[in-house]
Design a protein around this ligand. Sequence first.
Ligand SMILES: [Zn+2]
Length: 249
Amino acid sequence: MAAELIEVTGMVLAASPVKEYDKRIELLTRERGRISAFVTGARRVNSKVSACAIPFTFGTYYLYEGRSSYNVQSAHIQKFFSEIADDFDILCYASYFAELARYFTRENVEAPQELLLLYVACSAMTRGQVSLPLVRIIYEMRMMQIQGEALELFHCLDCGKEEGELKVYFSRGGFLCRDCAARSVRPEREKGYSLSGDAVYALQFILTTSLSKLFSFRVSDTVEKELADFMKHYFEHYLHHTFQSLAFL
Ligand SMILES: [Zn+2]
């Protein structure tokens, strides 16, 4: 009996050579999460399947399920981000985004939101309307939200107050006002992270705006730097992991 052909929508996160003419790819798919697949003949000249084994290619993939891996039979490419390979800065950011997506996804756990976020972030970088560091901030923030680790940045977690001095307490997951922090957080354990009004506004916008409109706003260089520093602390608190591709950013 012939093996069943499986259709998935996905984006190539990474590719490595296998044997003389083949490639093994890591594919982030909507339906089956992150899977690995072999592309037989991907490295042959004039191969029909070589383009579908290039990182950041997005499309519909037709696969056979093998014992320990999938095999790509064919693919219908919907988007080929040639700009990513042509621009070293974009490539470095895209590689980091792919590594982050890889970290948060696994096989057989569908990943529609992670896939869409990666796709729109790659599109945004190639359009060039938003600076690369800001694309990164948006990508990281939304990825944490997808993972259920979004911070409460609209009001105090304990009393609901929206005005006055609100600081971020990572151990609590968001804002606390001065009174509530004094009551529930020992200052020697966590001081609270102060953000400027502009930075708070930008982060609120990132958390609530639809993906289609998200990569269109701008912030000043000062706010961008402030946000990048904030994200660093945020990640250090929640993810005890070193991303290899960060060495290039
Ligand atoms: Zn409070």
